[in-house]
Write a protein that binds this ligand. Structure first.
Ligand SMILES: Cc1cc2nc3c(=O)[nH]c(=O)nc-3n(C[C@H](O)[C@H](O)[C@H](O)COP(=O)(O)O)c2cc1C
Length: 305
C-alpha cells in the first residue's frame, strides 16, 4: 500500500501537507537552490504590504533557548515588485502558492487582495493578522469584530480561498478563529510567534533593536498544539498548524490535535531541506502503521475525559 499524503484545504488539493511558513524562506528563491520547490505541498511567501518596507534595523534576530527571537518588521519588496518579479518566478514550480499579506487597516488588506485576485498564481491569500513586531500588527488579531469584518471584506474582492493567520498573544484564540469563520474565512493558520525578549547583560541593551520580538521554534510547539486543539473544537473550517515543527512526528501530533496541513518555519534555518525529509518520513510512518491516508488523522487525539 502506498500511503496517501495529499490533503485538501478549501477545495484546493495539495500533493502533501507540508508548506513553508511565511518569512522563513523569502519568496522561495534561496530555498530553490537547495531542493526543487515542486516537492512542497505549498510555499507561503514573506508578508507583502502595499509599499516596500525596510523593516527594523539590525540586530533583528537573536537566539533563544530551543528557538529564536525575531523582529524583522515586515521587510518586503511591496506588492508591485512582488507581482512583477516574485510571483512570476514562482510560476515554474508545481506547488501551491499562498501569498501572505498585511496592512495597517482593513482597507490595506482589501486593496492588496484585490490586486492579487488578478493573478491566479496566487492560489490563496493568508491574512497576517498576527505580527507582534510592528506598531499596528496586533490590532486585528486581538479584536474579533475587526477580524470578522476584515475577512468578510477581503472575501468580496478575492475569489480564491482566504486563510486567516492567528496570533497566540490573545485571551482566546478560539474566539478569534470563530470570528474569522463567521467572516467567511476558508481556513485558519496558527500560530504566529509569541512575544518575547532577550537582554545583553554587559550592555544592558535588548538583543533586538525593536526591544521585543517574536519567539518561534521548538520552544513554542506545545503552545501551538494546544491552540490547534482548542480551535479545532470551535470551528468547522480546516486548520493549518504552525509552530516548532522540525520532524515528521511533530507533524503527526499537529494532525492528531486537529490540523489538516502544516507549515515549517524556524527549522528551515537549521535544516533547509527538512520539508523533503519530512515528506519521506511521513509516508514511512503511515505505511508502518497501516494508515491509508494522512487525512484520517485530523483531530483523532484520544483525549482523557
Ligand atoms: C525570521 C522570521 C520571520 C517571520 N516573518 C513572518 C512574516 O513576515 N509573516 C508572518 O505571517 N509570519 C512570519 N513569521 C512567523 C512564522 O511564519 C511562523 O508563524 C512562526 O515562526 C512559528 O513557526 P515556527 O516555530 O515553525 O518558526 C516569521 C518567523 C520568523 C522566525
Amino acid at each position: 500500500m502506498t500511503p496517501d499524503i495529499s490533503v485538501e484545504i478549501a477545495g484546493l488539493s495539495f500533493k502533501n501537507p507540508i508548506l513553508t511558513a511565511s518569512g522563513t524562506c523569502g519568496y522561495g528563491e534561496e530555498l530553490a537552490d537547495i531542493f526543487d520547490l515542486s516537492q512542497l505541498g505549498g510555499i507561503v511567501t514573506k508578508t507583502i504590504t502595499m509599499k516596500p518596507r525596510d523593516g527594523h534595523p539590525s540586530p533583528r534576530t537573536a537566539e533563544a533557548s530551543s528557538g529564536m527571537l525575531n523582529a524583522i518588521g515586515l521587510a518586503n519588496v511591496g506588492v508591485d515588485k512582488f507581482i512583477e518579479e516574485k510571483l512570476t518566478y514562482l510560476e515554474k514550480f508545481d506547488t501551491r502558492v499562498v501569498v501572505n499579506v498585511a496592512g495597517t487597516c482593513t482597507s490595506d488588506y482589501v486593496n492588496l487582495c484585490a490586486r492579487l485576485n488578478d493573478h491566479p498564481r496566487a492560489d490563496m491569500v493568508e491574512l497576517n493578522f498576527s505580527c507582534p513586531n510592528v506598531d499596528v500588527g496586533m490590532e486585528i488579531a486581538t479584536d474579533a469584530k475587526l477580524a470578522e469584518e476584515t475577512v468578510s471584506k477581503v472575501k468580496k474582492v478575492f475569489s480564491r480561498p482566504v486563510i486567516a493567520k492567528l496570533s497566540p498573544n490573545v485571551t482566546s484564540i478560539a474566539d478569534i478563529a470563530v470570528a474569522c469563520e463567521n467572516g467567511g474565512a476558508d481556513a485558519v493558520s496558527l500560530i504566529n510567534t509569541l512575544v518575547g525578549m532577550a537582554v545583553d547583560i554587559n550592555t544592558f541593551r535588548p538583543r533586538l533593536t525593536n526591544n521585543t520580538g517574536g519567539l518561534s521554534g521548538p520552544a513554542i510547539k506545545p503552545v501551538a498544539l494546544a491552540c490547534v486543539f482548542k480551535v479545532y473544537k470551535a470551528v468547522k473550517i480546516p486548520i493549518i498548524g504552525i509552530g516548532g515543527i522540525s520532524n515528521y512526528s511533530d507533524v503527526i501530533e499537529f494532525f492528531l490535535c486537529g490540523a489538516s496541513a502544516v507549515q515549517i518555519g524556524t527549522t528551515l534555518f537549521v535544516e533547509p531541506d527538512a520539508p523533503v525529509k519530512i515528506v519521506k518520513e511521513l509516508k514511512k510512518y503511515l505505511s508502518k502503521n497501516k494508515i491509508e491516508s494522512i487525512r484520517e488523522l485530523t483531530g483523532k487525539v484520544r483525549i482523557y475525559k
